[in-house]
Design a protein around this ligand. Sequence first.
Ligand SMILES: [Fe+2]
Ligand SMILES: [Fe+2]
Length: 268
Amino acid sequence: MELCSQSIRIHRKLDEIPTLESTKVRLFTALEDEDADLKDIERIIEKDPAMAAKVIKLANAAFYRREAQVESIHDAILTVGFDMVKCITVSMAVMHTFGTSTTVANSLWRHSVAVGVLAFGLGKDKPEKETLLSGGLLHDLGRMVLLYIEPDVYAPLFDDNYPDIDLEQEIFSMDHAAIGEIIAKRWHFPPEVVNIIRNHHRPNNRISALIRLVDCVVSEHDNKLLENPDIREDIDRIKHFLGSEYKSVVNDVLSKYNQGSALIEDFI
Ligand SMILES: [Fe+2]
Ligand SMILES: [Fe+2]
């Protein structure tokens, strides 16, 4: 009875989560439209100064190794590409909805950006890279939601290790993977991204296994546990989908993260 009323209470609060900022949704839809051209996208971004500033900042990140400074929206979009603009759009809309002003929300956002940017580099082709970037950025969407609807209960559970799914189940009768899935579906995120959000703690395909692996490596790195790079209980599931590739992924992600990728800072 107690469990049931708890989950009804959470569902009620989920119904109050606002929709994504409409200008960002318009831009996202335009980017999804195969007939949209650079001019259309430029026109929408021009009307959103924060978005324009972010795209230009990112285009000038060391990651893109440009010799000349990028100053126009036109050149910035050409430098970072439509896919990256799409991810910036979604990430800004999500940040706008939930805010990143508290220490916990800010650390969670940094964690999400690190997972997204590092996972992006593991994609085999353009669509896979895009899914890994958006999925990495949004994998812990449910945590952002819980921090928004239950800040007084959820925020104190964060220390070096983020609260695990069992603890969330115990307290809220739901966990952040299930909560993230509800909101991601409501916001019409692509099915592959919804699957990452739902299954990143129990990978069910190669993409969600890659996200889980990067998630673990980033978390363990940040908690200085990597003297013992042990992915613990997840390892069998991850290996099942990645095979022997998993070791090189760990090394690749670690070396990129250790280089302190400027892109992570520029994305925030
Ligand atoms: Fe998670
Ligand atoms: Fe995570």
